[in-house]
Structures are given as C-alpha cells and as structure tokens.
Design a protein around this ligand. Structure first.
Ligand SMILES: [Zn+2]
Length: 323
C-alpha cells in the first residue's frame, strides 16, 4: 500500500507499519466449523509467511444472527488451534461511529438514496430463490422513500464500467455491478451499517492490506471496491479460497457445514484443512502437536497451488475418520 493510507473521515488509522496485514473476521452466528478453519488458516499462512500482521475481528454487527457467548468461544477455539493474532480482538460493533461517518460522506457526495422496499418485496424480484435479487432501483427517484422506515442503498452509476480486480488465486475477476448486483444496501432499516459498508470501513481503518476469505464472497468484492473508491480508501489485495462442496459439486450439506471444530481433534482437523489448501501435509503429521503442524505449514506454504481452485470437493465427511 502506498500513500493512499492517509487518515480520512472514515477513520483509516494510517499506521506507519509497512508490513502486510491480513485478518480473519468471522460472524458469531454459530460455532466455527471446518470451512471457517480453512479461511482462518489460509489468511494466517498468507499474512505471516510474508512477515505480516494478522488480526482477529468479530463481525458482530448483524445482531439478529449473533449468538451470545459465541465470540468468546471463537477466541478460545482459535487459541486452541494455535492461532496468534496481533493486538486485541476487534469487534465490528465498536466501529459504529466510523460506519456512520462513512455513510455521511457517501450521502454528502450523492452516492446513495433511501429505499422503503420491504425485504419480501425485494426478495420477490429474484430470478430464482438461490440467487441474490438485483434491485431494480425502484426508490431511486422517489423522495417519499425516506419519510418512513427505510434502508439506504448505494447508487451505482449506470455508466459505471465493470469493476475488475486481480485475485491471488481466481485470476481476473470482472463484474458489471449495475447489472449483476444492482444498487445495494449500505445501511439497514434498523440503522446499522450493512455488511458491505462495515467490512469496507473496518478493513481500511485497521490497515488491512490483504483479504483472504472463502470464494463464496468473491461476487461481493466488486461492490466493496466501489465503496472503497467512493470513500477514497485503498483497495486491499484479494485472495479467495476454494469453497468446500459435496463430492458431486453441490453446495455443502447443512449437516456437514455445521460440523464444529473440536479442540480434542485440533491436530487432525488442521491437518485435513491443510490438505484442502493443496499443501499435501505428510500423513505422519496428522496427530503431531499443533505447533509442529504450524511449523511445517509455514516452512512448506505453497500458495501457488491454489491458483484456479474455486472449489474443493470433499470425498468423505469432514472430521470423520477415513474408512
Ligand atoms: Zn426501494
């Protein structure tokens, strides 16, 4: 990152620390599972192998989804798995002032508008139940939309060229945001910042220079880049890790997704995840002490093996002993 890291109204800390900085930012809506461990390990190995910092942030803004006590459980579990983060654990809910300042700036610059559409009305616009609906801009020119309860949407200029970025592993990613994503919510009806705005502001204010996360978030990245540009924030480097899927390529079944991490099985679980990260850990390492597995992983980290890997098909139920 260059001089673009100056302090702004959005609270960019602009630290003089020139080291790369990665982060893991789970939502405390359920226990950490093997997919979480994959994202955590991938970002940890990437940042630390470059001599970088690595932060732990609890993305707890969506209060309806957060489970009390889950954040403490995350911290304990990650420590048991041998993760060491820099500084204190950050909570997204502590960043409300920064989110509000960013929203005010976007409003001032004419980047957004009030939307009074109900969730069900927007959901009904989706082509199929699995896809995200593309909001058609119903409230864009409706001055009455802001008089009652309303969300605030980011207005994508119809003339906006497709957003393009180089992903560390997924290559060139290109999205015509106006047509493929549509104007998106940046402040929810309940007054809290929506995901795209909060994550953009928090990554910037924490000085995050690389975002390594699951490929399920690949399609949301161009919208976050639009927000970075509108707010004058730097764009971090992105690396999207392969998504775990069923053997036939279908979305991972709920029962498998929910398989929690277990401190008692930390070594075999971390070992398995390293395999899914294409690192081919030796079999003898599967039950080694956790510190030994990490030492091997850092010494042998080969991120180039993930190039072009967008999904990882599982052969056996994760966490189950091999047949
Ligand atoms: Zn609307």
């Amino acid at each position: 990152m260059s001089g673009a890291r100056s302090s702004t109204a959005t609270g960019t800390t602009g630290t003089a620390d020139a080291r790369p900085c990665g982060r893991f930012a789970p939502t405390p809506s359920g226990p950490l599972h093997l997919g979480s461990l994959l994202a955590a390990a991938g970002s940890y190995l990437s940042a630390r192998s470059q001599g970088g910092r690595w932060l732990l942030r609890i993305d707890d803004l969506d209060r309806d989804r957060c489970i009390p006590g889950m954040a403490d459980q995350f911290v304990a579990t990650l420590a048991e798995f041998g993760f060491e983060w820099d500084g204190n654990v950050e909570f997204q809910s502590n960043g409300s002032d920064f989110h509000a300042a960013a929203l005010a700036r976007l409003q001032q610059d004419g980047h957004c508008y009030a939307c009074s559409c109900s969730r069900s009305r927007v959901a009904a616009l989706a082509q199929d139940p699995d896809s995200e609906p593309v909001y058609p801009g119903t409230c864009r020119d409706d001055p009455r939309a802001g008089s009652g309860p309303h969300a605030i949407r980011f207005h994508i200029d119809p003339a906006q060229p497709p957003v393009e970025f180089e992903d560390a592993w997924q290559g060139t990613v290109r999205q015509d945001c106006a047509r493929e994503a549509g104007d998106f919510v940046i402040r929810r009806r309940d007054g809290f910042a929506a995901y795209h705005l909060a994550v953009t502001v928090d990554d910037a204010r924490q000085g995050v220079t690389e975002v390594v996360r699951g490929a399920d978030l690949l399609a949301s990245t161009p919208r976050q880049i639009l927000l970075q540009r509108a707010l004058g924030l730097p764009t971090p480097r992105y690396g999207h890790l392969p998504l775990l899927t069923e053997p036939d390529g279908r979305k991972l079944a709920k029962s498998r997704r929910a398989l929690p991490l277990s401190a008692a099985a930390a070594s075999p679980q971390l070992w398995e995840v390293l395999g899914w990260l294409e690192q081919e850990p030796p079999a003898a390492l599967a039950n080694a002490p956790i510190a030994g597995i990490w030492a091997w992983a850092f010494e042998n980290w080969r991120p180039e093996r993930l190039v072009g890997r967008r999904e990882r098909r599982l052969t056996a139920p994760p966490g189950a002993p091999a047949a």
